[in-house]
Design a protein around this ligand. Structure first.
Ligand code: SAH
Ligand code: SF4
Ligand code: F3S
Length: 438
């Protein structure tokens, strides 16, 4: 009889895509997905360890499954992802109702794990990860994630990823090319290349070379990638971004701090001046590029002055948007042991100021788009309002198109249309189609 699986995914795009791979593997074992954990035969928590908050959220959810398991002992509970890798067997000790623990490099174990012959914990390093192809069951019909590399070698002093995802390994370009070609044949329009540090992709070609290859796949209209590391952002990549028509004008380029002293403590490998220099070149080369970033508030040793340098950087660079987080000490990382740990209050105050300064900038930038014409890839009708279509610009901004008659609109998913931006708010934009049949 067919069985059902419920997956709860925490964390980054990489994890979201890993969940699609888990569903792909399980589909081969005749599992189908359910959105009700009480009806599931298997519950998987695909976890994230990046900050303490993410970890706590998972443990709260896991706690809730204890009584479910009591009522329904045949239900299997698995913990996957970055906390699984970090904690391994400790999870079974802490939560004995968990049946299996497997890390991000061991998704292929799912076959064996549910057959009960396999070990309960699978977290070993898997050097074959980049060459072993897994089936994928994708959630979206027009946009697809494509992994190009696994792991990370950077060891930024605050970050768990090198410990949870292992060493950096690039997938062969021909495998990536075949996957993208297959996606085009299935009418996908947009791909997002995934890696912790895509700029250091290297197989038989480098990252700019890979983009050149993929730009040639007919049917794919847009190519995006995350995440770029400022130290590895080369002139060649900037050139390729300006040249290749399918590569979108957006880059997520985490700055982390505006203080070169703090960047050094973070082991980021660039100074604020290096970063600014690259941003200026990018903006000169790639017209209309939007630049988004990540900022950490209250890193150990960050003085009020360092914090003000971050505020100054935000004002000087004017990002299109940022994600900002309070520094969170993580297991194994150097920063967790550093002197000068700041109080929660100080971290919160600084975070609030960062978010406030950025909010005004984001709003101003979005307002400047009013009256411009932007190409939108239609993703469908808004979930809350049938009379709204929603899509994104090439620069990755969400645009809603209100006042659409769902009966007569030919605004099919996956269509590229030009819209005039009529309103720029701080979370999204509104627009109206320039062509008439919408
Ligand atoms: N590979 C990417 C992103 C990794 S995690 C990169 O190098 O940029 C996403 C973001 O989480 C990071 O950019 C950083 O801003 C934040 N982050 C990571 N570890 C953190 C920690 N210990 N405390 C607070 N924020 C953290
Ligand atoms: Fe973490 Fe740094 Fe690697 Fe990004 S580049 S995943 S922040 S260690
Ligand atoms: Fe992603 Fe969280 Fe792991 S951000 S790589 S799921 S620690």
């Amino acid at each position: 009889m067919a069985k059902t699986v419920y997956i709860h995914t925490f964390g980054c795009q990489m994890n979201v895509h890993d969940s699609e791979k888990m569903l792909g593997v399980l589909q081969q074992d005749r599992y189908s997905e359910t959105d009700d954990p009480r009806k599931a035969d298997l519950i998987i928590f695909n976890t994230c360890s990046i900050r303490q908050k993410a970890e706590q959220k998972f443990y709260t959810q896991l706690g809730r499954t204890k009584s479910l398991k009591k009522r329904k002992p045949e239900i299997k509970i698995a913990v996957a992802g970055c906390i699984a890798q970090q904690e391994g067997v400790n999870i079974l000790k802490r939560a004995p109702h968990v049946d299996f623990v497997f890390g991000p490099q061991n998704i292929h174990f799912l076959h064996g794990l549910i057959s009960e012959k396999a070990p309960k914990v699978a977290i070993e390093d898997n050097p074959e990860i980049a060459i072993r192809e897994l089936p994928v069951k994708r959630d979206n019909e027009i946009k697809a994630w494509v992994t190009i590399m696994y792991g990370c070698n950077n060891f930024c002093s605050y970050c768990v990823v090198p410990y949870t995802r292992g060493r950096e390994r690039s997938r062969p370009s021909e495998n990536i090319y075949s996957e993208v070609k297959e996606l085009a044949e299935k009418s996908y329009k947009e791909i997002t290349l995934l890696g912790q540090n895509v700029n250091s992709y290297r197989s038989d070609t480098d990252f700019p070379g890979l983009l050149r290859m993929l730009n040639g796949v007919g049917g794919i209209e847009r190519i995006r990638f995350v995440t770029s590391h400022p130290k590895d952002l080369s002139e060649d990549l900037m050139e390729v971004m300006s040249e290749l028509p399918k590569v979108c004008e957006h880059i997520h380029l985490p700055l982390q701090s505006g203080s070169s002293k703090i960047l050094k403590l973070m082991n980021r490998g660039y100074s604020y001046e290096d970063y600014l220099h690259k941003v200026l070149i990018l903006r000169a080369k790639v017209s209309g590029i939007s630049i988004t970033s990540d900022i950490i508030a209250g890193f150990p040793g960050e003085t009020g002055e360092d914090h003000m340098l971050t505020i100054k950087a935000l004002k000087e660079i004017e990002f299109d948007g940022i994600f900002a987080f309070k520094f969170s000490p993580r297991p194994h990382t150097k920063a967790a042991e550093m002197e000068g740990q700041l109080s929660e209050d100080t971290k919160s105050e600084r975070l609030t100021e960062i978010l406030k300064v950025q909010e005004e900038i984001t709003e101003k930038k979005n307002r400047l788009l009013e009256g411009t014409i932007q190409e939108i890839l239609i993703e469908g009708h808004s979930k809350t309002d049938e009379e709204r279509l929603t899509g994104r610009t090439r620069s990755n901004k969400i645009v809603d198109i209100p006042g659409i008659d769902p009966e007569t609109s030919s605004g099919e998913k996956g269509a590229l249309i030009n819209v005039e931006i009529t309103r720029g708010g701080h979370h999204s934009l509104e627009g109206k189609p320039v062509e008439q049949n919408y």
